[in-house]
Design a protein around this ligand. Structure first.
Ligand SMILES: Nc1ncnc2c1ncn2[C@@H]1O[C@H](COP(=O)(O)OP(=O)(O)OP(=O)(O)O)[C@@H](O)[C@H]1O
Ligand SMILES: O=P(O)(O)OC[C@H]1O[C@H](OP(=O)(O)OP(=O)(O)O)[C@H](O)[C@@H]1O
Length: 222
């Protein structure tokens, strides 16, 4: 059936999702054809075309139809606001979007955490604004590109909105999760026109991924 998924252009995220995506697609019978993250950004394998892009840019490639489908974290999707169709939860790259801050602040209301205007540092300004607006709060949202946990440690911000997986980065910086905003996993997303024009190929790919995910990995105990 996977042959039916030929002719698709698939946007694959570079970075930490790349190897898990590669393993899942190989199990689904749709191998990327590269053993590790390549330097080449566009390639073809078994009748499918792959693009390698930064995670944050995947919704853009899909929205403009340069890629028919793409793989992207739910965190990026929530922030992007791009008009793409979310097809399928791939279950990989599990983490969560949270509000966190210094340990001493825990248990206080958000109004009490910041002495004057509440300051929130994040890579997810839209998500942060929406979350705090739902609490009737309109903080000063400071957009950063990474190492978000640094901001409350050095007094740039009162709080952060960021990804937590193991919790190690928070712990090692004297921070704590205050509240979960949303669970996050990687999603398969599609361009809306491709959904109509290449519906069979996209349905075939989704079916193969679903089948791969339903097969439990072998039990190491035998
Ligand atoms: N610590 C983590 N554990 C598991 N999944 C994570 C973690 N951090 C992020 N993710 C998920 O993996 C996706 C890709 O993360 P990755 O770090 O590769 O990209 P990025 O945040 O754009 O990094 P960079 O800006 O360093 O390129 C995120 O959008 C999120 O869904
Ligand atoms: O709970 P943990 O397992 O410690 O993982 C969480 C960390 O992982 C991500 O950072 P990343 O490594 O992508 O670095 P960046 O924030 O600088 O992009 C995230 O932004 C947290 O900092």
């Amino acid at each position: 059936m996977v042959d039916a998924a030929r002719g698709l252009t698939i946007a694959v995220p570079k970075g930490r999702l790349f190897s898990e995506v590669g393993e899942l697609f190989a199990r689904a019978g749709c191998p990327l054809g590269v053993a590790e993250e390549p330097r080449r950004l566009v390639w073809e394998h078994e009748g499918r075309r792959f693009l390698l892009a930064k995670p944050v840019d995947i919704p853009v490639y899909v929205r403009y139809g340069v890629a028919d489908v793409g793989i992207v974290g739910k965190d990026v999707l929530l922030e992007a606001g791009e008009d793409v169709y979310e097809l399928f939860d791939l279950g990989i790259g599990a983490c969560r979007l949270v509000v966190a801050g210094r340990k001493e602040g825990r248990g206080r209301t958000y109004r009490e955490v910041g002495p004057q205007a509440l300051r929130v540092a994040t890579k997810y300004p839209r998500v942060a604004r929406e979350f705090f607006a739902s609490r009737g709060l309109y903080p000063d949202v400071i957009a950063l590109s990474g190492s978000i946990e640094l901001a409350p440690v050095v007094g740039l911000a009162d709080l952060i909105v960021d990804i937590v997986a193991t919790g190690r980065t928070l712990r090692e910086n004297g921070l704590e999760e205050y509240e979960t905003i949303a669970p996050v996993t990687a999603r398969l997303v599609a361009n809306r026109a491709s959904l109509r024009l290449k519906d069979e190929a996209i349905a075939a790919l989704t079916a193969c991924l679903e089948a791969a995910l339903s097969v439990r990995p072998p039990d190491p105990e035998g």
